[in-house]
Write a protein that binds this ligand. Structure first.
Ligand code: SF4
Length: 135
């Protein structure tokens, strides 16, 4: 018989580790190239966005800005490079999204929204000519 990992237990372990390791400095949010595509996050202080994400990760509703940031994440990894505590904020947002889908804090994305996020991410690396051709 194959033993499958207990993903929920792994998430609980990671949640506890992140909660303890994160200083809420906000460097991950400041480094995120997708934040401009999270409308409710505009004007919110980076540490407050992180607090909201950690709240979602623990099963709470979080804040509108935090939820929008979680939704906008395309796993660029810029946050991981910026984090001074090796928290792995990219995984933090990923796990928060999983939790939010379970609790209903975030509705599951539809295909149209996923496509618009893919285009937004592609714009970060495409020239203007490439954008005209491909987007
Ligand atoms: S995950 Fe890292 S960069 Fe983000 S707030 Fe926590 S300590 Fe700072």
């Amino acid at each position: 018989m194959v033993n499958h990992p207990d993903w929920s237990a792994l998430r609980a372990t990671e949640t506890a580790r992140m909660e303890a390791a994160c200083t809420r400095c906000g460097a991950c949010a400041e480094a995120c190239p997708m934040l401009p595509y999270a409308p409710a996050a505009q004007g919110v202080a980076a540490p407050d966005l992180v607090r909201g994400v950690l709240e979602v990760l623990q099963g709470g509703p979080g804040s509108p800005g935090a939820r929008d940031w979680i939704n906008a994440c395309t796993r660029s990894g810029s946050c991981n490079a910026a984090c001074p505590e090796a928290v792995n904020p990219m995984l933090m947002l990923r796990l928060a999204k999983w939790r939010a889908n379970e609790t209903g804090a975030l509705p599951r994305r539809d295909a149209l929204e996923a496509m618009s996020r893919a285009k937004a991410f592609a714009r970060l690396g495409f020239t203007e000519d490439e954008q005209k051709d491909w987007l």
